[in-house]
Design a protein around this ligand. Structure first.
Ligand SMILES: Cc1cc2nc3c(=O)[nH]c(=O)nc-3n(C[C@H](O)[C@H](O)[C@H](O)COP(=O)(O)OP(=O)(O)OC[C@H]3O[C@@H](n4cnc5c(N)ncnc54)[C@H](O)[C@@H]3O)c2cc1C
Length: 432
């Protein structure tokens, strides 16, 4: 006889672990199955974990979690070949409890989070891949694992196996992601002494920085570059739309090398020694109907359900994993109280996703993925911003021109006025 649990969760990332924590605390018999040798061993992200959601679950988690640096400094830069135009924000408040965000290395953080989940009473099975769902008619009743005694039964399964979800394709959800809806992130971790990091990024006392670069960072391909400061390393990477990458026949590792060689990036990272190279996909946060996210006996959460938000300034996914994991746990508790794990018992899932904020945000910013497809954001506008910088700060012989005249001159031949107005309106619609 296969062993039976009340709930099986596939994947020990932020979504799966959060659902497990909430369920274990409510006394549910829950098993988390993770294919990695330990939680986090196969996981990567850019590097910023927003604190709010986790602080509500594990108050003052930063006192014991392996976080790197509280992010005090945020920057977004338009890059061309030799210049940058930046927005730089620094707040001392971000370095005080309840911190806004921390840089984090997933291999350390997920492992720690999984320990907290186990302490709450959940069981964790690592080194085990879930290969399929077990069905009884149209209802999921368990999972088939890679272990010799493979099958495990459950009242309900939460699929939190990430963006490339095998179980979504096996019928857990009907959410469909095309290469248009997915980006590829590649990143290097470069080790560097803490004082060198603080000198290069004008930081002090353990503060951190998160910088995003648009334009030449990805050779004009839709996406951006990033540098995040850890305790004694930098996370340096690029994220590009998968379909655009394929169209340009460009390799992401070549783009990353070019980004690192950029004359304004090179001085920031030059003494860093390569520690690790990682690559991972990111869903683009497109909601295609809430009924796609659950079936009888099964719910999808986190990246597996497309819960990532990219607003150009940053990628947020770990916090959406936490929100959707909580919503999945709430839904399971509701179904358990009814004794009904069919689609009818789980139908409060969209409502719970909205309440936790995950679905509400994706619905609110539903225009963002289309807005960020606009190639002018990565080509004409970064060039325009940098040329404007040169005109504003450079002094030429002869009479000076006003700012508007300079802007008109730089705009000419790059973007037409009607096009620019259309872009502003579409940005306003997508991001407000
Ligand atoms: C380059 C990059 C930069 C990013 N930057 C940020 C950032 O700065 N901030 C932010 O908040 N988010 C960021 N994200 C997004 C964030 O990483 C994800 O949204 C988040 O990790 C989703 O959590 P999850 O639990 O749904 O999935 P994951 O974290 O992917 O976890 C899925 C887990 O399931 C396991 N698994 C998969 N298949 C199976 C299987 N068949 N059987 C058993 N286990 C399985 C995996 O090993 C993994 O542990 C970034 C992503 C990338 C790629």
């Amino acid at each position: 006889m296969a062993e039976k649990f009340e709930c099986i969760i596939v994947g020990a990332g932020p979504a799966g672990l959060t659902a497990a924590l909430a369920l274990a605390r409510a006394g549910v018999e829950v098993l988390v199955v993770e294919r990695g040798e330990y939680p986090g061993s196969k996981n990567m992200f850019g590097g910023v974990l927003y604190s709010k959601g986790l602080h509500q679950l594990l108050p003052n988690f930063w006192d014991e979690a392996p976080v790197e640096r509280p992010v005090a400094r945020w920057g977004v830069s338009f890059l061309n070949d030799d210049s940058s135009m930046s927005l730089d924000f620094k707040s001392k408040q971000f370095c005080e409890a309840p911190f806004n965000a921390f840089t984090v290395l997933r291999s350390k953080f997920d492992r720690w989070y999984a320990r907290k989940v186990e302490e709450a009473g959940a069981m964790l099975m690592t080194d085990t891949t879930v290969e399929d769902l077990l069905w009884e008619k149209d209802r999921v009743v368990g999972v088939k694992t890679s272990r010799p005694d493979g099958d495990l039964l459950a009242d309900v399964v939460i699929v939190a196996d990430g963006v490339n979800s095998l179980l979504k394709r096996k019928g857990a959800s009907t959410l469909d992601l095309s290469p248009e809806d997915v980006s590829l992130g590649v990143k290097e971790i470069l080790s560097l002494p803490p004082d060198a990091i603080e000198r290069a990024f004008a930081l002090s006392g353990g503060e951190g920085a998160a910088y995003t670069y648009v334009g030449t960072a990805t050779q004009g391909i839709a996406g951006g570059g990033f540098i995040y400061t850890n305790k004694d390393s930098l996370s340096v990477g690029i994220v590009t739309k998968l379909s655009a990458l394929a169209q340009q026949k460009t390799r992401p590792e070549d783009l990353l090398e070019a980004f690192k060689r950029h004359p304004l990036i090179r001085p920031l990272i030059k003494d860093g020694e390569l520690q690790e190279y990682l690559a991972h996909l990111i869903p683009e946060g497109r909601v295609s109907g809430t009924n796609t996210l659950f079936q009888s006996g099964v719910l999808a959460a986190g990246d597996a359900a497309g819960f990532t938000l990219s607003t150009g300034l940053r990628v947020e996914g770990a916090n959406y994993g936490i929100m959707s994991g909580l919503a999945a746990a709430e839904t399971v508790l509701h179904a358990r109280s009814l004794g009904d794990f069919t689609k009818r018992g789980l139908c409060v899932y969209p409502q719970n996703l909205r309440k936790q904020g995950a679905l509400a945000d994706l619905e609110r910013f539903k225009g963002a993925p289309d807005f960020f497809k606009n190639s002018r954001l990565y080509q004409e506008y970064p060039e325009l911003a940098c040329q404007m910088g040169k005109s504003l700060f450079g002094v030429e012989p002869g009479p000076k021109k006003g700012v508007f005249a300079l802007f008109k001159e730089e705009l000419k031949g790059r973007v037409s006025w009607p096009q620019m107005v259309k872009d502003v309106v579409s940005g306003w619609r997508g991001l407000s």
